[in-house]
Design a protein around this ligand. Structure first.
Ligand code: B1M
Length: 213
């Protein structure tokens, strides 16, 4: 039986070989993929964040932990995505301009795919005009923005304003998320919805495009 605490430890210590190996073993043993994410990997990243705040970790350690998380996610993401069937809607996703954090955004993308959405992931540091161009290209009715820094949260409002400036605000719904983002902030910037985590992002996305969850 896999000792799943090894997964937590591997992410905290930035050991991507072990994080991948333990994940593979656990999945083969039938452990629910989301349980690995919610019960071990996200708490591990929170622990890493705490160490960073206390000056026990610095950026190199954050990068190693992120790599360990990504290595495990490479195995988990296809399993989450495979749960979907016919696309129920299109969503353009990205981490806003100035922000390079993508682990949570990638998780939301995987869950949206699993929830039946066709996801156009623009990656990180996405300028408003890139969101606009992708919406024009794909006809997506939903835009998802992620921000992990208090300094990049204002880019969410700038993006919504840019859509308004192009006369596109009424054609799309905006959902926002990321650790520092709140419902109150979402209301303040005129977003259509806020989700605290990846599973609730899927429920929100369905609600915003008028599909029963
Ligand atoms: Co950075 N970082 N980081 N970092 N980093 C944080 C965010 C921080 C809180 C750490 C800390 O101080 N405790 C802090 C921000 C403080 C603040 O703004 N108040 C911080 C800082 C300061 C920085 C730098 C400025 C450090 C520096 O250079 N001095 C720098 C900024 C770079 C930049 O973006 N321009 C920086 C850099 C980095 C790395 C590149 C080294 C790395 C990111 C690697 C990567 O993503 N590829 C990194 C990491 C790993 C973190 C922490 C430790 C972990 C983030 C993470 O992946 N969490 C983080 C501390 C923390 O959050 N505990 C920290 C796991 C992930 C699954 O959760 O992203 O919250 P999260 O996503 C969740 C929900 O928020 C939600 O669903 C997800 C799954 O449940 N969600 C959505 C997210 N997006 C959503 C969108 C939705 C809906 C839900 O709808 C569209």
């Amino acid at each position: 039986m896999t000792d799943l605490r090894q997964l937590f430890d591997a992410v905290v210590t930035g050991d991507h070989v072990t994080s991948k190996a333990v994940t593979a073993e656990a999945l083969a043993a039938g452990v629910e993929p989301l349980a690995l994410v919610n019960d071990y990997m996200i708490p591990a990243m929170d622990d890493v964040g705490g160490k960073f705040e206390r000056n026990e970790y610095f950026v190199p350690e954050l990068l190693l932990s992120a790599r360990a998380m990504k290595a495990a996610m490479e195995l988990i993401r296809p399993l989450l995505a495979a749960r979907g069937t016919q696309p129920i809607g299109r969503v353009v996703m990205g981490t806003v301009k100035g922000d390079l954090h993508d682990i949570g955004k990638n998780l939301v993308c995987a869950m949206l795919e699993g929830g039946g959405f066709e996801v156009f992931d623009l990656g990180v540091n996405v300028a408003p005009e890139k969101f606009i161009a992708k919406v024009r290209e794909t006809g997506a009715r939903l835009v998802g923005m992620s921000a992990l820094l208090t300094t990049t949260m204002p880019a969410m409002k700038l993006t919504i304003d840019a859509f308004a400036g192009e006369g596109l605000r009424d054609q799309v719904k905006f959902m926002v998320g990321g650790a520092p983002v709140t419902q109150r902030f979402a209301d303040t910037i005129g977003a259509d919805g806020y989700a605290e985590n990846a599973p609730s992002a899927v429920v929100l996305a369905k609600r915003l495009i008028g599909v029963a969850a």
